[in-house]
Design a protein around this ligand. Structure first.
Ligand code: ADP
Ligand code: ADP
Length: 228
């Protein structure tokens, strides 16, 4: 078991009900979980807690058997191995597309950086945009840069929050296919929040349906979508 999540709950201050309530699940290495449910049901909150960007009220997270998070919210080992791709792209405004992607590889040799960034630019269909600044790009292009950056160094667990929501029709299928392949090549475990039924049916091994902060149901995409 790669990831074990136990009894995660979180109520925001002044909220009447918890955003996330008693969620437990496990994921194997390389397993892809799709997370679906109406807007406001707690999907993003859950991802932020898993990425240690939000503090839960209760819960335990283990990665490879090691505690990542204790109930007293002490970050322990390995949390950088769980990475969230934000919905807002958080690109560095004064740096080019190339530099934004290369930044996440700054610990590597220049030669390797050039090769890896070149590959990401090609697979995310960003050719011709290497020297542009984020403000010169469309929303869809910025989203592709953010995806390329987060895939430069693929973590053990990748959390995707509506990763393709801004891509237009001409790019969506091709870019999505390339990115799915890149992630699979690395054997990464994925949790993928999506509102796109085609995506939810095509890519995850397992789907979880959330409602009002709770884990309502888990199953294969086919069983979850074809119920009366
Ligand atoms: P989803 O991603 O499924 O749309 P969210 O996790 O964003 O759901 O939100 C779950 C609930 O928590 C909603 O009621 C939302 O209004 C509330 N919420 C989300 N973020 C915050 C926050 N930072 N402060 C207070 N309430 C929040
Ligand atoms: P994508 O094709 O990445 O999904 P959009 O659908 O947002 O991007 O935009 C379609 C095309 O319109 C882009 O390829 C781009 O050339 C152009 N475009 C849109 N907005 C801008 C902008 N703010 N600056 C420059 N070009 C833009």
């Amino acid at each position: 078991m790669l990831l074990e999540v136990e009894n995660i709950s979180k109520k925001y201050e002044n909220a009447l009900t918890p955003a996330v309530s008693g969620i437990s699940f496990t994921l194997d290495e390389g397993q892809w979980l799709g997370l679906i449910g109406e807007s406001g049901c707690g999907k993003s909150t859950l991802l932020r807690i898993l990425a240690a960007l939000e503090e839960p009220d209760t819960g335990l997270i283990r990665l490879n058997g090691k505690k990542v998070l204790s109930p007293a919210w002490k970050l322990i080992a390995g949390h950088s191995d769980i990475k969230l791709v934000h919905q807002d792209y958080q690109l560095m405004p004064r740096h080019t597309v190339w530099e934004n992607i290369a930044y996440s590889l700054r610990a590597y040799k220049p030669e390797y950086q050039r090769k890896r960034v070149g590959e990401l630019i090609e697979r995310c269909k960003l050719d011709n945009l290497s020297d542009k600044l984020p403000a010169q790009l469309s929303g869809g292009q910025q989203q592709r840069v953010a995806l390329a950056r987060s895939l430069a160094e693929i973590p053990m667990v990748l959390l995707l929050d509506e990763p393709f929501s801004n891509l237009d029709y001409t790019h969506k299928n091709a870019v999505r296919q390339q990115i799915v392949e890149m992630i699979r090549e690395n054997g990464t475990t994925v949790i993928w929040v999506t509102h796109d039924t085609a995506e939810a049916l095509a890519f995850p091994d397992t789907l979880a349906l959330m409602r009002d902060g709770q884990w309502l149901q888990t199953g294969t995409p086919q069983t979850l979508y074809h119920q009366p």
